[in-house]
Each structure stands twice: as structure tokens, then as C-alpha cells.
Design a protein. Structure first.
Length: 306
């Protein structure tokens, strides 16, 4: 009521007329007159002296008008500032992302985005934990898997195809499984998206011997390269090593569940231009083939074979 009454009062003063003020506000003249009367009653002062021909501000009314006018100007400036933010990406962009995605892709993409939009500043957290954008005031959280919170918006960026891999040294020591059934009991290097006791292949669970569990894909790949066991690793992290013969892909025909990567943010309603612009820029910049993200070196290798 307070801000509305201040707006009505200011309009009456500037129009020098209840009738014209009512027309500009899309209100009935009687409503405007009643609101001014109620305002004066609430404040306990007379703001306007009315005659049939003129409106005159009282001394108190003049002081009140000057304050109300400044409030209206500040409000208009605030609206203009917000609209400008929606027209040109600017301000602080807060992003979180999984470690490997951040190291391989996000730095380059965000750097290019900031070069294109110099009014953007950024804070980035590269982390293995799940971040709630609402609770932590994050503009965009890139995460594996779709969030369960229905109040969040999740935009699918890509799928991370996975393959079973092992080193030549491991296979020389433990044998090379040629069928899904032959995998049973093999030494496994597992990641959070795996079960603790089995791999999911062709929609079936294949028991394995867990010898190492970690929450970092790069760490798991290095352990597999050193001969620790078999792991289901994203294609984008294994293609160069497979091409060099440092890793052997096992059962390429066996279908593994893909990891889906989402950009998660609080709301589409009144979405800041900086968020919309960065999401669109990110989608255009990622090396995605048939919905799957490729590590830069892998992308070059695969393109050379096409």
C-alpha cells in the first residue's frame, strides 16, 4: 500500500489534477481521491489543499512529494538497470562443475565467453560434490545425472558414453574376457556411477571383484593404465590411450549405461541474460558428436577417421 499510495500521490501532484492522474493510472477518479484521503488519514496530516479549480501542496505535502519523487526516480533507475542486464550479459557468473569436465572443457569455454562479453566476471568451483544452486547461490551447476529437486531446471548437455578398458599388462596376467559372462570375477576399478559389486552390461548385472574405488575419472584411468584392473571409463577419457595401444577396449558390442551431464539452474522465469547467454555458448562450444562429448584429443582422432 505504501509504495502504491506514494505513486498515486506523486502522479496527482505532477498532473495537477485528480482526473488526469486517474486516467494516467487507469483508475477511477473516485478511487484516486479516496486513496489520497486515506493516505492523509494514515499520516495524520493534510498533504493537499483542494479547491474546485486548483490543487496546492501544503508545506508538509511538498516535503512528502519531494521524498516520494526521489523514491519513484530510484525505482525507475532500478528497473532500467535490471532491463540493461537482460539486454547485455554482464555481472558475476557463479558456476560449479565436476573436476574432469572443469579441467578439460570449462576453463577454455568460460575464457572464450568472457572474451566475448567483457562485462562478465566469474567464480568457478571445480568439485566432486553435488551442489544445490538454490542453497548456495550458484547460477549454473554442471552435474552428472538429473537432479531430483523438481524446483530446479535441468538442461541436458550431452551423454558421456563409456567403454570397458584394461591395460595390456593386466590382460596378460589375468586373461582377456571375450564374453560378458567371462567378465565375472575380474578385478574392477569402480567409480560412483558404478555399483559396488557389479557392472551393468546389456541391462544385466555382472559380478566383479572390487579392488579400487575412487571418485575421480582421471585417477581411475591412471590406475587402469598401471594394470590395477578393468574399468568402465568415458570414451572421451580413453580414446587417445586406446589409439596408442596403452588401453584395450573390451567387449565393444556390450552396451554400458551412459552418464548424462546436465546444466542445472534455479528457474527459467526472469532468467538473467548472463545465464542464458552462457548456457547457449556452452552448448555451441562443446565437442559433441551424436550427443556424446569427446575429449579434445579424442575429437581430433575420431574426426581424422571420418
Amino acid at each position: 500500500m505504501g509504495l502504491d499510495d506514494a505513486l498515486i500521490f506523486t502522479r496527482v501532484v505532477e498532473c495537477h489534477s485528480f482526473t488526469q492522474a486517474a486516467q494516467s493510472l487507469g483508475m477511477q477518479k473516485s478511487t484516486v481521491s479516496r486513496r489520497i484521503a486515506l493516505l492523509e488519514e494514515r499520516l495524520g496530516v493534510r498533504l493537499l489543499n483542494r479547491t474546485t479549480r486548483k490543487l496546492r501542496l501544503t508545506e508538509v505535502g511538498l516535503a512528502y512529494y519531494e521524498r516520494c519523487r526521489q523514491i519513484m526516480l530510484d525505482f525507475a533507475e532500478a528497473e532500467q538497470a535490471v532491463m540493461q542486464l537482460q539486454q547485455e550479459p554482464s555481472g558475476l557468473l557463479r558456476v560449479t562443475a565436476p573436476i574432469e569436465f572443469g579441467q578439460l572443457f570449462l576453463g577454455k569455454v568460460l575464457g572464450s565467453f568472457m572474451r566475448q562479453y567483457p562485462q562478465i566476471t566469474a567464480e568457478v568451483e571445480i568439485t566432486s560434490r553435488n551442489v544445490d544452486p538454490l542453497e548456495e547461490g550458484v547460477d549454473i551447476a554442471i552435474m552428472i545425472g538429473q537432479p531430483q529437486d523438481s524446483t530446479l531446471i535441468a538442461r541436458k548437455l550431452f551423454e558421456s558414453a563409456r567403454r570397458l578398458c584394461a591395460s595390456p599388462a593386466y590382460l596378460a596376467a589375468h586373461g582377456t574376457p571375450r564374453t560378458v559372462e567371462a567378465l565375472a570375477g575380474h578385478r574392477a576399478v569402480l567409480l560412483p556411477q558404478d555399483s559396488q559389486r557389479y557392472w551393468m552390461l546389456q541391462g544385466e548385472s555382472v559380478p566383479c571383484q572390487r579392488v579400487l574405488y575412487c571418485n575421480n575419472i582421471t585417477f581411475a584411468r591412471e590406475a587402469v593404465l598401471a594394470g590395477a584392473g578393468i574399468a568402465a571409463l568415458p570414451l572421451m577419457f580413453t580414446e587417445p590411450a586406446v589409439q596408442r595401444g596403452e588401453l584395450i577396449e573390451l567387449l565393444p558390442e556390450a552396451r554400458l549405461p551412459s552418464g548424462e551431464i546436465y546444466a542445472v539452474y534455479p528457474s527459467r522465469r526472469f532468467q538473467a541474460m548472463k545465464v542464458k547467454a552462457f548456457l547457449d555458448f556452452l552448448m555451441r562450444s562443446l565437442p559433441v558428436q551424436e550427443g556424446h562429448l569427446l575429449e579434445p584429443a579424442a575429437a581430433s582422432l575420431i574426426r581424422s577417421r571420418l
